[in-house]
Ligand binder design. Structure first.
Ligand code: FAD
Length: 450
């Protein structure tokens, strides 16, 4: 991987000779890196990455002996080809781990998923949740074929109790978008749906294990999740770090790269956020610009803490309660001890906003109070290191506007032979393996002459 030499200003960029490549890849996150691997040796390409490291969201930063990810980034492997690629890239540097996730509600912990493990909840909450679920189920439970609004869907599928005590408050905190307008296309793989007997058993009998998409996950033994991106970036001939694509003309096949100059390309693979990509495309028609301007996302602030004397085996916990500013907190050293000096834990706390700036100082105070309230720490003196990481575009919002906008944008991109892939290029709720898969497929399509 190469860091581009800091050179001329934008004004001088036209003085640069036009660089010609078969393919321009915008962004070296997992989607871009995987696309590059697929086309390596078949075509010339330039992969422009604006940061000084590859990996995008799947990166790891180091501070004071700790390694911190952009919140928990765990590998949920489900497809043979991509699993093999990821595990091979990591070599032996990968552990397979059984999930220990929990929910903190009504001042106590209960195992995740809440709807299938109500055992830790007070009796009256259990009763409300179980009876509400069974009522919903018996009145003709259908998970739903097409999208509907989340607030109605959750009551219809899980009933009033589970919705009131977990689904509604947790998702309101996570999405920072009205749940009466959030639509449900993302729910199927991510929201576990237990059977009635599992709900009853989870409340009054034993624990339900193995429910949900992430019951077992993989994670690098050392180096954090950034170890995967670094491995995929090895020998990537066309990767250039520190290069930001700032405008593009898809009809002409020319991109302007900040302080670097124009690059001409025959095909383009985009992995940067779709709304920003369209906004910088000079030849985008008004209808496409309007569609892109209608897309919405939230912003997540991750407070990473180095903590000494933390005693919990949990991997991560969900916090539906309004008394906690964060929706999720996790202990990264419980999936890799190498992330912190001996005797210390690496902890991540996720706070979502609808885009407004977070007051970091008061958020920190509220986080410490929350960590004490749930028993993860006893005193603020245990915190020995901290770093805030911001994810400006974190969860894309699913709403009616998105459903209308995407076909308009993708129909136009198809006419320009652009593949826009990955979590933000495709504007969806997806996970790392999916970005790897889409990258490989995009590269293979180009190899096949697309
Ligand atoms: C809070 C949170 C937690 C998550 N946890 C998990 C998890 O546990 N497991 C999991 O599998 N997935 C998780 N994900 C999802 C995962 O992060 C993504 O699916 C995956 O990393 C996306 O990779 P990508 O390459 O598609 O996009 P990105 O990682 O966003 O890569 C895009 C790249 O484009 C670059 N770029 C942007 N603009 C420009 C420009 N103009 N010029 C040049 N470069 C540019 C960016 O710097 C970035 O490197 C999580 C996501 C979030 C937000």
């Amino acid at each position: 991987m190469r860091l581009a030499a800091a050179i001329p200003s934008k004004q001088n960029s036209l003085a640069f000779k036009m660089i010609k490549k078969d393919v321009l890849i915008v962004g070296a996150g997992l989607a871009g890196l995987s696309a590059a691997r697929a086309i390596e040796n078949k075509k010339t390409y330039l992969m422009a990455e604006k940061e000084n490291r590859p990996g995008g969201l799947a990166s790891t930063v180091k501070k004071g002996g700790f390694s911190f990810d952009y919140s928990g980034h765990l590998l949920h492997l489900r497809w043979p080809k991509t699993s093999k690629l990821i595990l091979n890239a990591l070599g032996g540097n990968c552990a397979r781990i059984k999930r220990d996730a929990r929910v903190f509600a009504h001042k106590s912990w209960t195992p995740y998923p809440f709807q299938a493990n109500l055992s830790g909840m007070p009796d009256e909450v259990k009763a409300e949740c179980v009876s509400g679920f069974l009522k919903a189920y018996n009145s003709g439970f259908v998970p739903g074929a097409g999208p509907e609004v989340f607030s109605r869907w959750t009551r219809r599928v899980f009933g009033g109790g589970i919705s009131r005590h977990f689904m509604l408050p947790y998702n309101a905190k996570l999405w920072q978008y009205p749940l009466e307008r959030l639509t449900t296309e993302w729910c199927a793989p991510f929201v576990p749906m237990p059977k009635p007997e599992e709900v009853v058993k989870g409340a009054y009998g034993g624990r339900n294990e193995g429910i949900g998409y992430n019951t077992v996950f993989h994670y690098p033994r050392s180096g954090g999740i950034g170890a995967l991106a670094n491995a995929l970036a090895q020998n990537s001939e066309g990767l250039r770090l520190g290069l930001e694509v700032e405008s593009i003309n898809l009809k002409k096949g020319v991109a302007n790269i900040r302080y670097f100059g124009p690059v001409s390309f025959r095909r383009l693979i985009n992995t940067m956020p779709l709304d920003e990509f369209v906004a910088m495309a000079e030849d985008a028609p008004v209808s496409v610009r309007r569609a892109a301007a209608a897309l919405r996302h939230n912003t997540v602030y991750v407070l990473n803490l180095g903590v000494k004397g933390l005693k919990s085996d949990m991997h991560w916990g969900y916090f539906p309660g309004a008394e906690f500013p964060f929706y999720r907190a996790g202990i990264a050293t419980n999936f890799s001890k190498a992330l912190a000096p001996r005797g210390c834990a690496s902890v991540y706390i996720e706070i979502s906003t609808s885009g407004e700036a977070l007051d970091l100082a008061s958020a920190e105070t509220a986080v410490i109070k929350g960590l004490k309230a749930c028993g993860l720490i006893r005193t603020s003196g245990q915190v020995v290191e901290k770093i805030w990481l911001k994810i400006p575009c974190a969860y894309v919002i699913f709403n009616r506007e998105r459903a209308k906008a995407l076909p308009v944008i993708f129909d136009w991109l198809k006419t320009r032979k652009v593949q826009s892939i990955g979590r933000y290029g495709a504007w969806k709720y997806s996970f790392m393996e999916e970005s790897v898969k889409e990258g490989l497929e995009a590269g293979e399509r180009l190899n096949a002459g697309w």
